[in-house]
Design a binder for this molecule. Structure first.
Ligand code: NIG
Ligand code: FE
Length: 399
């Protein structure tokens, strides 16, 4: 088995493995002048260089900092068309929700994506996923949700499946916005046709719903999530983006993996998340791009919740192609400390996808890690506008 001792690491920085909540999100281990032994794609030992086991072939990393590979737990990387006209309209004052209510926004991406074939979707998504990986994301969740009909939803999921041979992806079926007519029949068909088909073909590991005034009600969401659970799929939600209509409370009640967005969450939603095992995923790129209030990241951690950070890469609300930038924005916009932001983008983001084998540089974890351009890991949350990540290793192999 291939065994490598990575040496000349100025700082090896890691949270503890598994979910970290509240103040524990700040507990990083920082080992100066470190080494890391990797065998078969898995970490076997980390510690000071002077104490390293002396058998393996050495790989000198050049005196820079090493952090775990990031997980992006929320990305809509598959879409066709663009939203450049929406962008201009919003900048001149038309709200995102109004564009959606007029049949634009998400619905315009659905028209373009619904007209694209699988190979076109693969070709469009590939450079976006490459950009995310270059930014430090070694694992990325990718959603469907721009399908105009069920066939188009399945084409999006087939595109994601094809891209899984090139990237570590976690596919999610997103039930995004209801049709303008026949929404009760649509929800029925999602529960009785689409979810069973997706589960049967193992095209997704979770089902997500956009619970919002312009999208699905809490009752519709409950029916969809219960169907998902009945077919052995995990659940998650887009909730409290514009209005806190009860999606977060529902997700906590049903044991969802995560609730994502939370810009409109107040004390009741923060308390529900803090009392649950559901991860609170914040998406600061949306705050930047839509000019929305920021999700209450600081208050969530102070209340004891487990917070994750995602890019929400999508054409309408967050054209953020960098997991490192999302991490850096969480510090500025949601008031996470740099240490909390690293934990939110690594172990907690992985747990938001149901994964506990990655995100920490400790024995038994996947050897997915990043070298930075700097000897000090804090250049990762600090840097804006240029990539602080020097190289990306997946399973101990440099990409
Ligand atoms: O996470 N808010 C709902 N869905 C996406 C946006 C999708 C779009 O605007 O195309 C989000 O923000
Ligand atoms: Fe989203």
């Amino acid at each position: 088995m291939r065994e490598t001792l990575f040496t000349n690491i100025s700082q090896l920085v890691t949270p503890a493995p598994g979910v970290q909540r509240g103040a524990a999100m700040r507990d990083l281990t920082v080992i100066p002048d470190a080494a890391m032994l990797v065998s078969g794609g898995v970490i076997h030992w980390v510690g000071p260089r002077a104490e390293a086991p002396g058998t393996a072939q050495e790989h000198d990393l050049g005196g820079v900092a090493v952090v775990p590979g990031l997980t992006d737990p929320h990305a809509h990387a598959v879409w066709a068309g663009n939203r450049l006209a929406d962008f201009e309209a919003r900048i001149s004052g038309v709200p995102y929700e109004e564009i959606l209510a007029r049949g634009g926004g998400i619905r315009s991406s659905m028209r373009a994506t619904g007209a694209a074939g699988v190979e076109e979707l693969v070709a469009l998504a590939r450079p976006r996923l490459e950009a995310l990986r270059t930014s430090g994301a070694t694992t990325v969740e990718v959603k469907s949700g721009y399908g105009l009909d069920f066939d188009a939803e399945l084409r999006m999921l087939y595109a994601i499946r094809e891209l899984q041979s090139e990237f570590q992806l976690v596919p999610t079926l997103l039930i995004h916005v209801p049709p303008t007519e026949g929404r009760a029949e649509y929800v029925q068909a999602v529960c009785h046709d689409l979810i069973p088909a997706v589960a049967r073909e193992e095209l997704a590991t979770a089902v997500d719903v956009f619970t919002e005034r312009e999208a699905f009600t809490v009752d519709e969401t409950r029916a969809i999530l219960q169907a998902a659970k009945a077919h052995g799929l995990q659940t998650k939600l887009h909730a409290d983006q514009f209005h806190a209509i009860g999606g977060t409370e529902l997700a906590c009640e049903l044991g969802a993996l995560s609730v994502d967005h939370l810009e409109a969450s107040g004390p009741a939603q923060i308390a529900a998340l803090a009392a649950s095992n559901t991860v609170a995923t914040i998406l600061p790129g949306v705050t930047l791009h839509l000019g929305l209030p920021a999700a209450p990241g600081r208050a969530l951690i102070d209340a004891g919740a487990a917070v994750a950070v995602g890019t929400d890469l999508n054409p309408g609300s967050s054209p953020v192609f960098s997991a490192g930038l999302a991490l850096a924005l969480a510090v500025r916009l949601c008031r996470l400390t740099p240490a909390e932001a690293l934990t939110a983008s690594t172990v907690n983001a992985a747990v938001a996808l149901g994964l506990s084998d990655r995100g920490a540089l400790t024995p038994g974890q996947r050897a997915d890690f990043l070298t930075l351009h700097s000897p000090d890991w804090r250049d990762l949350p600090y840097t804006l506008g240029t990539n602080p990540v020097q190289s990306v290793f997946v399973g101990g192999i440099r990409l």
